[in-house]
Design a protein around this ligand. Structure first.
Ligand SMILES: C[S@@+](CC[C@H](N)C(=O)[O-])C[C@H]1O[C@@H](n2cnc3c(N)ncnc32)[C@H](O)[C@@H]1O
Length: 349
Protein backbone atom coordinates (compact mmCIF):
# COMPACT_ATOMS: atom_id res chain seq x y z
CA UNK A 1 0.00 0.00 0.00
CA UNK A 2 1.88 3.06 -1.24
CA UNK A 3 -0.33 5.47 0.75
CA UNK A 4 0.96 3.74 3.91
CA UNK A 5 4.52 4.27 2.72
CA UNK A 6 3.95 7.94 1.92
CA UNK A 7 2.36 8.34 5.36
CA UNK A 8 5.51 6.93 6.93
CA UNK A 9 7.62 9.36 4.85
CA UNK A 10 5.47 12.29 6.03
CA UNK A 11 5.92 11.27 9.67
CA UNK A 12 9.66 11.00 9.09
CA UNK A 13 9.72 14.44 7.44
CA UNK A 14 8.12 15.93 10.56
CA UNK A 15 10.62 14.12 12.77
CA UNK A 16 13.49 15.52 10.69
CA UNK A 17 12.02 19.03 11.09
CA UNK A 18 11.81 18.69 14.86
CA UNK A 19 15.26 17.05 15.13
CA UNK A 20 17.01 19.92 13.33
CA UNK A 21 17.26 18.93 9.68
CA UNK A 22 15.23 21.39 7.58
CA UNK A 23 16.82 19.85 4.50
CA UNK A 24 15.51 16.33 5.17
CA UNK A 25 12.15 17.76 6.28
CA UNK A 26 11.82 19.25 2.77
CA UNK A 27 13.36 16.36 0.92
CA UNK A 28 11.44 13.53 2.60
CA UNK A 29 8.12 15.44 2.28
CA UNK A 30 8.82 15.88 -1.46
CA UNK A 31 9.55 12.14 -1.75
CA UNK A 32 6.19 11.47 -0.07
CA UNK A 33 4.41 13.65 -2.67
CA UNK A 34 6.20 11.75 -5.43
CA UNK A 35 5.13 8.41 -3.97
CA UNK A 36 1.52 9.60 -3.99
CA UNK A 37 1.93 10.80 -7.59
CA UNK A 38 3.32 7.39 -8.65
CA UNK A 39 6.65 8.99 -9.70
CA UNK A 40 10.26 7.77 -9.66
CA UNK A 41 10.20 7.34 -5.87
CA UNK A 42 7.21 5.00 -6.05
CA UNK A 43 9.00 2.96 -8.71
CA UNK A 44 12.24 2.59 -6.77
CA UNK A 45 10.33 1.56 -3.63
CA UNK A 46 8.42 -1.22 -5.36
CA UNK A 47 8.46 -4.34 -3.20
CA UNK A 48 8.74 -2.32 0.05
CA UNK A 49 5.04 -1.51 0.32
CA UNK A 50 4.62 -3.72 3.37
CA UNK A 51 7.86 -2.86 5.17
CA UNK A 52 7.18 -2.21 8.85
CA UNK A 53 7.51 1.45 9.95
CA UNK A 54 10.54 0.83 12.19
CA UNK A 55 12.60 -0.33 9.23
CA UNK A 56 12.85 3.43 8.54
CA UNK A 57 12.44 3.17 4.80
CA UNK A 58 12.64 6.95 4.34
CA UNK A 59 15.99 7.06 6.14
CA UNK A 60 17.23 4.07 4.15
CA UNK A 61 16.39 5.88 0.92
CA UNK A 62 17.75 9.25 2.01
CA UNK A 63 20.90 7.58 3.41
CA UNK A 64 21.49 5.67 0.17
CA UNK A 65 21.15 8.85 -1.91
CA UNK A 66 23.54 10.60 0.49
CA UNK A 67 26.02 7.75 0.03
CA UNK A 68 25.89 8.21 -3.76
CA UNK A 69 26.55 11.92 -3.22
CA UNK A 70 29.54 11.17 -0.98
CA UNK A 71 30.83 8.67 -3.55
CA UNK A 72 30.57 11.35 -6.26
CA UNK A 73 28.02 9.25 -8.13
CA UNK A 74 25.16 11.73 -7.93
CA UNK A 75 26.40 14.33 -10.42
CA UNK A 76 25.15 17.85 -9.89
CA UNK A 77 22.88 16.84 -7.02
CA UNK A 78 26.02 17.18 -4.87
CA UNK A 79 25.78 20.96 -5.29
CA UNK A 80 22.67 20.79 -3.07
CA UNK A 81 24.28 18.71 -0.27
CA UNK A 82 25.86 20.79 2.51
CA UNK A 83 27.94 17.75 3.62
CA UNK A 84 30.03 18.14 0.45
CA UNK A 85 29.99 21.93 0.31
CA UNK A 86 26.66 22.40 -1.48
CA UNK A 87 23.67 24.58 -0.64
CA UNK A 88 20.29 22.97 -0.08
CA UNK A 89 17.52 24.17 -2.35
CA UNK A 90 14.55 21.91 -3.00
CA UNK A 91 13.67 23.49 -6.36
CA UNK A 92 17.17 22.85 -7.71
CA UNK A 93 17.56 19.45 -6.06
CA UNK A 94 14.29 17.78 -6.97
CA UNK A 95 14.73 17.33 -10.77
CA UNK A 96 18.31 16.15 -10.18
CA UNK A 97 17.19 13.68 -7.52
CA UNK A 98 14.29 12.47 -9.64
CA UNK A 99 16.76 11.69 -12.44
CA UNK A 100 19.11 9.91 -10.02
CA UNK A 101 16.28 7.71 -8.74
CA UNK A 102 15.94 6.42 -12.32
CA UNK A 103 19.61 6.28 -13.44
CA UNK A 104 20.89 4.67 -10.21
CA UNK A 105 17.75 2.67 -9.44
CA UNK A 106 19.63 -0.59 -9.00
CA UNK A 107 22.19 0.82 -6.55
CA UNK A 108 19.41 2.55 -4.65
CA UNK A 109 17.35 -0.64 -4.38
CA UNK A 110 20.40 -2.46 -2.99
CA UNK A 111 20.88 0.32 -0.44
CA UNK A 112 17.30 -0.01 0.75
CA UNK A 113 18.09 -3.51 2.04
CA UNK A 114 20.75 -2.20 4.44
CA UNK A 115 19.86 -1.11 7.95
CA UNK A 116 20.93 2.48 8.67
CA UNK A 117 24.02 2.40 10.84
CA UNK A 118 25.47 5.33 12.69
CA UNK A 119 28.10 5.91 15.33
CA UNK A 120 26.99 8.98 17.22
CA UNK A 121 29.91 10.86 18.77
CA UNK A 122 27.73 13.19 20.85
CA UNK A 123 26.71 10.15 22.93
CA UNK A 124 30.28 10.09 24.29
CA UNK A 125 29.20 13.02 26.49
CA UNK A 126 26.72 10.76 28.29
CA UNK A 127 29.14 7.84 28.48
CA UNK A 128 32.13 9.81 29.78
CA UNK A 129 29.90 11.67 32.22
CA UNK A 130 28.92 8.21 33.48
CA UNK A 131 32.59 7.31 33.92
CA UNK A 132 33.07 10.47 36.00
CA UNK A 133 30.24 9.25 38.23
CA UNK A 134 32.07 5.91 38.61
CA UNK A 135 35.17 7.93 39.50
CA UNK A 136 33.34 9.50 42.43
CA UNK A 137 33.49 6.06 44.08
CA UNK A 138 36.47 4.23 42.52
CA UNK A 139 39.45 5.92 40.89
CA UNK A 140 41.02 2.78 39.50
CA UNK A 141 42.21 2.41 35.88
CA UNK A 142 39.30 1.57 33.60
CA UNK A 143 38.61 -1.24 31.15
CA UNK A 144 35.94 -0.28 28.59
CA UNK A 145 33.88 -3.07 27.06
CA UNK A 146 31.14 -2.16 24.59
CA UNK A 147 28.31 -3.99 22.84
CA UNK A 148 26.76 -2.58 19.65
CA UNK A 149 29.90 -0.50 19.03
CA UNK A 150 29.27 0.13 15.30
CA UNK A 151 32.65 1.64 14.29
CA UNK A 152 33.97 1.69 17.87
CA UNK A 153 34.56 5.44 17.71
CA UNK A 154 33.20 6.10 21.20
CA UNK A 155 35.69 3.67 22.75
CA UNK A 156 38.09 6.61 22.34
CA UNK A 157 35.70 8.84 24.29
CA UNK A 158 38.30 9.63 26.97
CA UNK A 159 40.39 11.20 24.17
CA UNK A 160 37.69 13.78 23.34
CA UNK A 161 37.47 17.25 24.95
CA UNK A 162 34.32 18.00 26.99
CA UNK A 163 33.73 21.71 27.37
CA UNK A 164 31.47 24.15 29.17
CA UNK A 165 31.83 27.70 27.82
CA UNK A 166 35.53 28.21 27.13
CA UNK A 167 36.59 25.72 29.78
CA UNK A 168 37.67 22.15 29.07
CA UNK A 169 36.01 20.15 31.85
CA UNK A 170 37.40 16.73 30.95
CA UNK A 171 39.71 15.21 28.36
CA UNK A 172 42.71 16.57 26.46
CA UNK A 173 42.30 20.25 25.52
CA UNK A 174 43.95 19.66 22.13
CA UNK A 175 41.61 16.84 21.06
CA UNK A 176 40.21 17.27 17.54
CA UNK A 177 36.82 16.16 18.94
CA UNK A 178 35.26 18.89 21.07
CA UNK A 179 31.90 18.32 22.67
CA UNK A 180 30.88 21.86 23.47
CA UNK A 181 28.55 22.78 26.31
CA UNK A 182 27.95 19.08 26.67
CA UNK A 183 26.81 18.88 30.30
CA UNK A 184 24.21 20.61 32.42
CA UNK A 185 22.32 19.92 35.64
CA UNK A 186 24.24 18.40 38.58
CA UNK A 187 27.88 19.57 38.29
CA UNK A 188 30.31 16.88 37.12
CA UNK A 189 33.35 15.99 39.21
CA UNK A 190 36.30 16.00 36.79
CA UNK A 191 38.75 13.10 36.82
CA UNK A 192 41.94 14.60 35.36
CA UNK A 193 44.01 11.42 35.49
CA UNK A 194 41.25 9.10 34.25
CA UNK A 195 43.11 6.23 32.59
CA UNK A 196 41.73 3.62 30.21
CA UNK A 197 43.99 0.56 30.18
CA UNK A 198 41.91 -1.63 27.88
CA UNK A 199 39.16 -0.98 25.34
CA UNK A 200 37.29 -3.56 23.31
CA UNK A 201 34.17 -3.29 21.18
CA UNK A 202 31.76 -5.71 19.56
CA UNK A 203 29.01 -5.56 17.00
CA UNK A 204 27.00 -7.93 14.82
CA UNK A 205 28.06 -5.79 11.85
CA UNK A 206 31.17 -3.82 12.82
CA UNK A 207 32.11 -0.89 10.59
CA UNK A 208 35.80 -0.66 9.77
CA UNK A 209 36.51 3.05 10.20
CA UNK A 210 40.01 2.59 8.79
CA UNK A 211 38.42 2.17 5.32
CA UNK A 212 36.85 4.75 3.02
CA UNK A 213 33.86 2.45 2.63
CA UNK A 214 33.31 2.29 6.40
CA UNK A 215 33.65 6.04 6.81
CA UNK A 216 31.24 6.75 3.96
CA UNK A 217 28.77 4.26 5.41
CA UNK A 218 28.69 6.02 8.80
CA UNK A 219 28.68 9.49 7.22
CA UNK A 220 25.85 8.69 4.81
CA UNK A 221 23.34 8.21 7.63
CA UNK A 222 24.13 11.56 9.24
CA UNK A 223 21.70 14.16 7.94
CA UNK A 224 23.66 16.25 5.43
CA UNK A 225 22.77 19.66 6.89
CA UNK A 226 23.82 18.72 10.45
CA UNK A 227 27.29 20.23 10.36
CA UNK A 228 28.16 19.72 14.00
CA UNK A 229 27.43 15.97 13.88
CA UNK A 230 29.38 15.60 10.64
CA UNK A 231 32.33 17.49 12.06
CA UNK A 232 32.38 15.40 15.24
CA UNK A 233 32.29 12.23 13.17
CA UNK A 234 35.11 13.36 10.88
CA UNK A 235 37.24 14.32 13.85
CA UNK A 236 36.51 11.03 15.59
CA UNK A 237 37.79 9.25 12.47
CA UNK A 238 41.03 11.19 12.95
CA UNK A 239 41.28 10.09 16.60
CA UNK A 240 40.62 6.48 15.56
CA UNK A 241 43.32 6.70 12.93
CA UNK A 242 45.82 7.58 15.62
CA UNK A 243 44.33 5.19 18.18
CA UNK A 244 42.69 2.22 16.41
CA UNK A 245 40.33 0.22 18.60
CA UNK A 246 39.41 -3.42 18.11
CA UNK A 247 35.72 -4.07 17.39
CA UNK A 248 34.98 -7.77 17.28
CA UNK A 249 32.31 -9.22 15.05
CA UNK A 250 30.24 -10.79 17.80
CA UNK A 251 26.70 -10.85 19.04
CA UNK A 252 26.24 -9.06 22.33
CA UNK A 253 25.39 -12.20 24.30
CA UNK A 254 28.59 -14.07 23.47
CA UNK A 255 30.73 -10.97 23.94
CA UNK A 256 29.35 -10.32 27.41
CA UNK A 257 29.70 -13.98 28.34
CA UNK A 258 33.49 -13.67 27.83
CA UNK A 259 33.97 -10.58 30.01
CA UNK A 260 35.94 -11.21 33.21
CA UNK A 261 36.91 -8.74 35.93
CA UNK A 262 40.51 -7.85 36.62
CA UNK A 263 42.10 -6.95 39.95
CA UNK A 264 43.22 -3.33 40.29
CA UNK A 265 40.86 -2.09 37.53
CA UNK A 266 37.22 -1.11 37.18
CA UNK A 267 35.60 -3.03 34.34
CA UNK A 268 32.88 -1.04 32.57
CA UNK A 269 30.34 -2.57 30.22
CA UNK A 270 28.67 0.22 28.28
CA UNK A 271 26.28 0.55 25.40
CA UNK A 272 24.27 3.25 23.65
CA UNK A 273 21.11 2.94 21.57
CA UNK A 274 21.47 -0.76 20.85
CA UNK A 275 19.32 -2.52 23.49
CA UNK A 276 16.14 -2.16 21.41
CA UNK A 277 17.68 -4.33 18.68
CA UNK A 278 18.14 -7.32 21.01
CA UNK A 279 15.63 -10.15 21.30
CA UNK A 280 14.02 -10.33 24.76
CA UNK A 281 15.83 -13.63 25.36
CA UNK A 282 19.19 -11.97 24.54
CA UNK A 283 18.33 -9.07 26.84
CA UNK A 284 17.66 -11.57 29.60
CA UNK A 285 20.90 -13.48 28.98
CA UNK A 286 22.95 -10.26 29.05
CA UNK A 287 21.20 -9.04 32.19
CA UNK A 288 21.93 -12.38 33.90
CA UNK A 289 25.62 -12.13 32.96
CA UNK A 290 25.73 -8.53 34.23
CA UNK A 291 24.26 -9.68 37.57
CA UNK A 292 26.88 -12.47 37.78
CA UNK A 293 29.73 -10.04 37.09
CA UNK A 294 28.24 -7.72 39.71
CA UNK A 295 28.22 -10.52 42.28
CA UNK A 296 31.87 -11.24 41.51
CA UNK A 297 32.92 -7.58 41.89
CA UNK A 298 35.06 -6.45 44.86
CA UNK A 299 36.42 -3.04 45.92
CA UNK A 300 39.69 -4.10 44.23
CA UNK A 301 37.91 -5.18 41.02
CA UNK A 302 34.66 -3.20 40.68
CA UNK A 303 32.21 -3.60 37.83
CA UNK A 304 29.99 -0.94 36.21
CA UNK A 305 27.11 -1.23 33.78
CA UNK A 306 26.59 2.10 32.06
CA UNK A 307 23.89 2.58 29.44
CA UNK A 308 22.42 5.34 27.29
CA UNK A 309 19.18 3.92 25.96
CA UNK A 310 15.65 5.07 25.15
CA UNK A 311 13.49 4.04 28.10
CA UNK A 312 10.55 5.14 30.22
CA UNK A 313 10.95 6.21 33.84
CA UNK A 314 7.52 4.78 34.61
CA UNK A 315 5.19 2.64 32.46
CA UNK A 316 3.02 5.71 31.74
CA UNK A 317 5.89 8.11 30.97
CA UNK A 318 7.17 9.05 27.49
CA UNK A 319 10.38 7.56 26.16
CA UNK A 320 13.53 9.51 27.00
CA UNK A 321 17.18 8.86 26.31
CA UNK A 322 18.23 7.93 29.83
CA UNK A 323 21.71 7.41 31.19
CA UNK A 324 21.70 4.64 33.79
CA UNK A 325 24.46 3.33 35.99
CA UNK A 326 24.88 0.30 38.21
CA UNK A 327 28.13 0.03 40.10
CA UNK A 328 29.22 -3.02 42.08
CA UNK A 329 29.91 -3.92 44.88
CA UNK A 330 26.42 -2.77 45.70
CA UNK A 331 24.84 -2.60 42.25
CA UNK A 332 22.07 -0.16 43.06
CA UNK A 333 20.34 0.86 39.82
CA UNK A 334 20.30 4.61 39.22
CA UNK A 335 19.18 6.93 36.44
CA UNK A 336 21.94 9.51 36.47
CA UNK A 337 20.98 11.68 33.51
CA UNK A 338 18.95 12.27 30.39
CA UNK A 339 19.83 13.51 26.95
CA UNK A 340 18.61 13.84 23.35
CA UNK A 341 19.04 11.08 20.79
CA UNK A 342 22.40 12.46 19.74
CA UNK A 343 23.75 12.77 23.27
CA UNK A 344 24.14 16.54 23.61
CA UNK A 345 23.71 18.09 26.01
CA UNK A 346 23.39 15.54 28.78
CA UNK A 347 21.56 16.77 31.85
CA UNK A 348 22.84 15.13 35.04
CA UNK A 349 20.57 14.33 37.96
C1 LIG B 1 21.92 2.49 16.49
S1 LIG B 1 23.48 1.69 16.39
C2 LIG B 1 24.32 2.45 17.75
C3 LIG B 1 25.79 2.37 17.60
C4 LIG B 1 26.59 3.04 18.70
N1 LIG B 1 26.43 2.35 19.95
C5 LIG B 1 26.20 4.49 18.86
O1 LIG B 1 25.57 4.86 19.87
O2 LIG B 1 26.53 5.30 17.98
C6 LIG B 1 23.12 0.04 17.00
C7 LIG B 1 24.25 -0.94 16.76
O3 LIG B 1 23.90 -2.17 17.42
C8 LIG B 1 24.35 -3.24 16.61
N2 LIG B 1 23.61 -4.45 17.02
C9 LIG B 1 22.32 -4.72 16.78
N3 LIG B 1 21.98 -5.92 17.31
C10 LIG B 1 23.11 -6.43 17.88
C11 LIG B 1 23.41 -7.62 18.59
N4 LIG B 1 22.49 -8.55 18.79
N5 LIG B 1 24.66 -7.80 19.04
C12 LIG B 1 25.60 -6.85 18.82
N6 LIG B 1 25.38 -5.69 18.16
C13 LIG B 1 24.15 -5.48 17.69
C14 LIG B 1 24.10 -2.75 15.19
O4 LIG B 1 24.86 -3.47 14.24
C15 LIG B 1 24.49 -1.29 15.30
O5 LIG B 1 25.85 -1.08 15.00
Amino acid sequence: MLSRVSGHFREQAQACASLGSPMYADLVARLADDIDAGGATAEVLQGHEDDPGPSALALRLAGTVHRLVLERRAGELATCYPSVGGTWDLGTAWPLLERLLRTEAEAIREGLDQAPQTNEIGRAAALVGGLLRVGETYRLPLRLMEIGSSGGLNLNADRFAYTGGDEVLQGPADSPVRLTDCWCGRPVVPWPDLEVVERLGSDLAPVDVATTEGRIRLTSYVWPDQHARLERLRNAFAVAEEHPVEVRRADAVSFVRDIELREGTTTVLWHSVMWQYLDPSDQQAITARIEALGEAATPGAPFAHLALEPARRTPEADHEFLVSLRLWPGGESRIIGATGGHGLPTTWE
